[in-house]
Design a protein around this ligand. Structure first.
Ligand SMILES: Cc1cc2nc3c(=O)[nH]c(=O)nc-3n(C[C@H](O)[C@H](O)[C@H](O)COP(=O)(O)OP(=O)(O)OC[C@H]3O[C@@H](n4cnc5c(N)ncnc54)[C@H](O)[C@@H]3O)c2cc1C
Length: 446
């Protein structure tokens, strides 16, 4: 299959050496597809999107749904993310969104994002999935003094446009809240929390297993063709014939998996490090003991949070080189950034470093909907690095769309307008490099 980056990074045998893998309960592997099988709806990919779509199609609509996963459930971004279950699944600013889609549709998208966070919280509770939920809301911290003005403007924009209340935090407030670093204040959004992503993904996989929804592990789709009205998905040892197909492959989508996505998606690397457990003394020296998920005000932002066992998770962009050399460089850069922001922890070692792919689209918003003319192939993807909540919500929304619950889509047009090609798609990585260079200048010098 064709990928924009070093193909080893997409190989199911390449496992992310994450802290989550070391701490999530192990579950039995899902066996491989080794024969010819069929179903109503075949789903490619077993992350939050694929599993949520499958669960809701089967339990709400009684459909026979089967998932084909190249590795095991949660192998992709769903098992290796930062665990921020928060708003923010688009890179388009709200003011640009209003210009492009109108105020009503933007409000609807905003409400969907809020709903997606509550959706995950309720799903975890209703299905007894213990995902180490921590923190209340999400905080954006000003990395420069002049960013406080921007946070203030954002606060007032959110209030007037969406009647959404946030709290502006002055440096003193941060100290009182146990959030001291090289920051100049912040903005607290009450919506959001932190979770253990792989506990969530595996809990979800077990929920599907209990509901007798078939997941075929180690079953990468290598060819997708049509036979009459049906779709045929070929894996190394079998085929799955289905009336409908859902592509739930997000940042791990091969460019040639389907013509409908070729040249339209841009996978981007994100990196995470996790430190050894911090001692009480180390935490108080840095003045940090709050478990709320936090990110800084950079465009190329860092995201970080104190984990329940006292370790610190610190994440950021991962460069544009997914080879082993690129990974070593990304680890060095992330470590430098960590030490700059948390100088008291400069000698605290990190025990884990890993990377994974998020998915960007040309129009900078996610897409949920059909990807072919006869509406038998569907997708939900491009959560722009913020898909824990949105992909989960999207999965159940996609189930409604596929089952045709409502004659016309109830989704905001922000989410349902088909994505477009990147101009000269073979240059996508160059665009990303140029954007990173430009944003770096804006973040550090303006
Ligand atoms: C390092 C990192 C940190 C992140 N941090 C956050 C965060 O803190 N908060 C947040 O909201 N979001 C975060 N994200 C993004 C978030 O994890 C994703 O948006 C979300 O998990 C997407 O879920 P998904 O199910 O759509 O895709 P994925 O979980 O990526 O699943 C796609 C699956 O498709 C499978 N697949 C691909 N091709 C095939 C094929 N041909 N045949 C069969 N299977 C195939 C893959 O094996 C994979 O398991 C992060 C992502 C990364 C990588």
């Amino acid at each position: 299959m064709k990928y924009l980056y070093d193909s080893n990074a997409f190989a199911p045998s390449t496992v992310a050496p994450s802290y989550w893998r070391d701490t999530a309960p192990t579950i039995d592997d899902f066996p491989k597809l080794t024969a010819d099988d069929q179903c109503d709806v075949a789903i490619i990919g077993s992350g939050y999107t694929g599993m949520m779509t499958a669960y809701h199609l089967a339990t709400r609509y009684g459909m026979d749904v089967k998932i084909l996963e190249a590795a095991q459930p949660g192998w992709g971004a769903s098992g290796r993310n930062g665990g921020f279950c928060c708003m923010g699944a688009a890179k388009l600013s709200y003011s640009q969104m209003i210009k492009r889609y109108g105020l009503g549709e933007t409000k609807s998208f905003f409400d969907t994002q809020k709903a997606s966070v509550s959706f995950v919280r309720s799903f975890l509770k209703d299905h007894n999935i213990d995902a180490d939920v921590t923190g209340e809301g999400e905080i954006s911290l000003a990395h420069k003094a002049n960013r406080m003005k921007e946070l203030q403007e954002e606060q007032s924009f959110l209030k007037t446009t969406f009647s959404h209340k946030t709290t502006l935090l002055q440096p003193d407030d941060l100290t009182k809240m146990g959030l001291s670093g090289n920051f100049h204040g912040g903005l607290h959004n009450p919506i959001g929390f932190g979770l253990h992503p792989l506990r969530y993904a595996r809990g979800l996989a077990e929920t599907l297993r209990k509901a007798k929804i078939k997941i075929y592990g180690d079953s990468a789709v290598t060819q997708w063709s049509r036979q009459g009205n049906a779709h045929i998905l070929r894996t190394s040892e079998g085929t799955l014939k289905a009336q409908k197909v859902v592509m739930a492959t997000n940042g791990y989508t091969a460019d040639d998996l389907s013509k409908s996505v070729s040249g339209k998606l841009l996978p981007a690397l994100s990196s995470v490090l996790v430190t050894r457990p911090l001692t009480d003394d180390e935490r108080s020296r840095q003045g940090w003991n709050n478990t709320t998920p936090v990110y800084d005000s950079r465009i190329l932002l860092h995201y970080f949070r104190l984990l329940p066992d006292g370790r610190f998770l610190f994440g950021g962009r991962g460069g544009t080189d997914a080879s082993s050399a690129g990974k070593i460089n990304a680890e060095r850069v992330l470590r430098q950034d960590f030490e700059k922001l948390f100088p008291e922890w400069a000698s605290v070692t990190h025990t884990h470093f890993w990377q994974g792919f998020v998915c960007l689209a040309n129009n900078l918003v996610p897409y949920i909907g059909p990807i072919n003319a006869d509406k038998t192939a569907w997708a939900s993807l491009a959560y722009h690095g913020n898909g824990v909540a949105m992909s989960s919500w999207a999965g159940q929304a996609l189930a409604d769309e596929i089952a045709g619950k409502d004659k016309t889509s109830k989704l905001s047009t922000v989410l349902s307008r088909p994505y477009t090609n990147f101009p000269l798609p073979s240059l996508r990585l160059l665009y990303l490099k140029a954007a990173y260079a430009y944003y770096h200048v804006k973040d550090e010098w303006l």
